[in-house]
Design a protein around this ligand. Structure first.
Ligand SMILES: Nc1ncnc2c1ncn2[C@@H]1O[C@H](COP(=O)(O)OP(=O)(O)OP(=O)(O)O)[C@@H](O)[C@H]1O
Ligand SMILES: [Mg+2]
Length: 231
C-alpha cells in the first residue's frame, strides 16, 4: 500500500532523513519507533508532502506521490493525526467531525462506525472541544481522520499525554482500525504497548532505519529492545 524507497529529507540545509525505506502492506499495522529527534515525525511529514523528500520515491497504491501537494495525497486516501491533534477548540465535537468528512476509493466511514469504535463519542457531540480531556480530544482527532475514509492512517504519538488506561484504549483502537481494513503507520514512545498491536516495526536512529522486523520478535527480545530503544 505504501512504499517509501530511499528518501532523503531536509529542513533547509539540515538533513533529517538519510536513505529511509519502509513499507506498509494492505491491512497491516506498522510501528515506527526511535529516540526523540530520530526523524519519525519527519518521515510522516515526507509521506504527506508537508516536508517533501528531496531524493528517493514514495508510492501509495503503486502511484508515485513523491513531492505531490498535500491535499492531493490526502485525497488519495492517506489520513494523519498529528502529535498536537489540531482540533478546533472553539467548535463543537460535531462540527470538528464534519470537517473530516471526505469520500475516497476506500471503505467509507460513518459517524455510527466511529461511535462503535469509541462508545463515549456519541455523548460528546454537542460539547465544545475546548472542554474535552486529552483522551476525549484524541478520540475526536482519530474519528475525524477516519471520517475521511482513509486507506492508510498515520498516527503521530497517539498515546502522548494520556493516562495508562487510555493508552490501552488507543492501542485497542489501532487493532480495530486494522480489523476494519485500514492500514496503520503509528509513531510511538510507548514501545511495549504498540508492539502488541502492530505486525511489523521499524526503528529509526539519527535519520536512518537501524532495525526492521516482526513486532512480536522485538517484543520478545528485551536485550535488543534495550539496545535499540534504551527501554
Ligand atoms: N521544522 C524544523 N526545522 C529544522 N529542523 C527540524 C524541524 N523539525 C525537525 N527538525 C529536526 O529534524 C530531526 C528529526 O526531527 P523529528 O521531529 O522528525 O524527530 P522525531 O523522531 O519525531 O522526534 P520526537 O520523538 O521528539 O517527536 C531533528 O534533528 C530535529 O531537530
Ligand atoms: Mg515527532
Amino acid at each position: 500500500m505504501l512504499q517509501v524507497a530511499g528518501i532523503d529529507t531536509f529542513y533547509g540545509e539540515t538533513q533529517a532523513l538519510f536513505g529511509v525505506s519502509l513499507e506498509v502492506g494492505a491491512g497491516e499495522a506498522v510501528a515506527l519507533l526511535g529516540a526523540s529527534g530520530a526523524g519519525k515525525t519527519t518521515l510522516l511529514r515526507s509521506v504527506l508532502g508537508l516536508t517533501p523528500a528531496r531524493r528517493g520515491e514514495i508510492r501509495f497504491e503503486a502511484r508515485d506521490i513523491t513531492r505531490r501537494p498535500t491535499h492531493e495525497i490526502a485525497r488519495a486516501g492517506i489520513a494523519w493525526v498529528p502529535d498536537d491533534r489540531r482540533i478546533f477548540p472553539a467548535l463543537k465535537v460535531r462540527t470538528n467531525l464534519a470537517l473530516g468528512r471526505k469520500r475516497s476509493g476506500f471503505k467509507s466511514w460513518s459517524l455510527d462506525d466511529c461511535f462503535r469504535l469509541f462508545s463515549a463519542l456519541e455523548y460528546l457531540m454537542e460539547r465544545d472541544c475546548e472542554n474535552l480531556s486529552g483522551g476525549e480530544m484524541q478520540m475526536v482527532a482519530i474519528s475525524r481522520a477516519l471520517l475521511g475514509s482513509p486507506g492508510l492512517m498515520l498516527l503521530d504519538e497517539p498515546s502522548q499525554g494520556l493516562a495508562p488506561k487510555l493508552v490501552q484504549d488507543v492501542m485497542s483502537v489501532i487493532a480495530r482500525m486494522k480489523d476494519h481494513g485500514v492500514s496503520v503507520l503509528v509513531v510511538e514512545q510507548n514501545a511495549a504497548s504498540v508492539l502488541k498491536v502492530t505486525d511489523r516495526v521499524y526503528v529509526l536512529s539519527q535519520g536512518q532505519v537501524v532495525h526492521q522486523g516482526a513486532s512480536d520478535a522485538l517484543l520478545a527480545d528485551a536485550a535488543l529492545r534495550k539496545e535499540l530503544l534504551g527501554t
